[in-house]
Ligand binder design. Structure first.
Ligand SMILES: [Zn+2]
Length: 411
């Protein structure tokens, strides 16, 4: 047997088994607490809201489990048979085109198998709970635009990467990393200027009273923004949210129209103060530095592994080439990297607590508590997650923990 192939199969099954077990725990825990609204929330969340959140959470968990199983089946089939067969076809195409072709071919089955799950998520689950506003037409055009964007952006990058592997020294990965860092710096601008407008309409915030409150808040926080916009998120979903994007002077604040429709001005201000907290504590900057460092380590590992004779042999591949080498290296990294997700989630949750605390100091605990409670209620987020599930998978702390922190700090 081929040692890396065995390791990959075992790791895939172990990780998937662990995920299914966690999902099962979460579904059980939520069901067990379905009929009792936590005391802290009884005033704002009705029993019907609480049950709806429980049912929504369980429906999504069940779908995630099914999707995860399908994903593992596809990836194992690709690794055990598919990749080598595909490489046999693309090997006859001259480099770097053959390499690009192999990466493209290998990345098709996953999304194709995932598509029915996305359709089910939007048109069955989201629809049943009243969130989905997408028409089949919007769903299809979103999909098509996404594919075109991937081709327009991805293909030249892949070509450049494989050209670099063929023509630069064995330090090609260092050039690739410089390219990745440049992309990370350019991404917010490219996204705002060229990509986001393909999907949504952004208009300057029209409500003058809210605008002047937000501008005063930004001034108090020392935040310079190049614009305050609303986004027509309601054409796809009634889930509410807000974000800011960009850095330097070109920062933009975007409020979903769905958020403005459901929250009071005090609450919108609290949500924004939380977002400004991320800026104040440089969470975006640290995130980018972490991303650049991770990319460096991964690319260095790719660069080293691609030169090792055991890499392709270890998977029992009969073909060679840069693309198959890169894919094999990413499979090796995939054996261990799921273990890192809980760490990045833990960092992210600490940042959320810090941003909440910043918002509390800026606008007070009450509007933040009621904004969080309302967001959780309106988005049908569960107030009673399984503690272990939340510890491993949540990028945001459970709302009861956030509310408890806000209340404790205010007291
Ligand atoms: Zn946040």
């Amino acid at each position: 047997m081929h040692p890396l192939l065995v390791a990959f199969i075992v790791a895939s099954l172990v990780w998937e088994g662990f995920t299914l077990w966690l999902n099962h725990r979460q579904a059980d825990f939520v069901r067990a607490h379905r009929d009792n609204v936590p005391a802290d929330f009884a005033a704002q969340v009705s029993l019907a809201d609480h049950r709806r959140a429980a049912d929504y959470t369980r429906a999504r968990i069940a779908l995630a489990s099914a999707r995860g199983i399908a994903g593992v089946v596809v990836s194992l089939a690709l690794v055990v048979w598919g990749l080598d067969i595909l490489a046999g076809f693309t090997g006859s195409v001259a480099a770097p085109w053959g390499d690009v072709l192999l990466v493209v071919a290998a990345s098709i089955p996953g999304p194709v198998v995932g598509l029915p799950f996305s359709v089910y998520a939007d048109f069955v689950i989201e629809k049943r709970f009243g969130f989905n506003k997408k028409t089949p037409m919007i769903f299809a055009t979103d999909l098509l635009k996404g594919l075109v964007l991937q081709a327009v952006i991805g293909l030249p990058l892949l070509l450049a990467l494989f050209w670099a592997m063929d023509h630069l020294s064995r330090f090609w990965w260092l050039y690739a990393w410089i390219g990745v860092v440049c992309l990370m710096l350019a991404a917010p601008f490219v996204y705002l200027r060229f990509i986001a407008p393909l999907f949504n309409r952004f208009s300057p915030l029209a409500d003058d009273a809210l605008r002047s409150r937000i501008e005063a808040l930004m001034q108090r926080c020392g935040f310079q923004s190049s614009g305050l916009f609303t986004m027509d998120a309601s054409k796809r979903s009634s889930h509410g949210n807000a974000f800011f994007i960009g850095f330097g002077r070109a920062k933009r604040i975007v409020l979903f129209d769905t958020l403005l429709a459901s929250q009071t001005q005090d609450e919108v201000e609290a949500v924004l103060a939380h977002e400004l907290g991320h800026f104040k504590y440089r969470h975006t900057l640290y995130g980018m530095i972490r991303g650049a460092a991770t990319a460096f380590l991964m690319l260095a590992a790719y660069g080293w592994m691609c030169r090792q004779p055991w890499l392709l042999d270890g998977f029992g591949f009969h073909h060679g080439g840069n693309a198959l080498g890169l894919i094999a290296a990413s499979l090796v990294l995939g054996i261990a990297t799921p273990a890192l997700t809980p760490i990045s989630n833990w960092i992210s949750r600490r940042h959320e607590f810090q941003a909440d605390d910043f918002a509390r100091r800026m606008v007070g605990a009450d509007p933040m508590v009621s904004a969080l409670t309302k967001l959780s209620r309106d988005n049908a987020g569960t107030l009673t997650p399984d503690p272990l599930y939340a510890l491993v998978t949540y990028s945001h702390p459970p709302v009861p923990a956030r509310v408890a922190q806000l209340r404790a700090a205010a007291a």
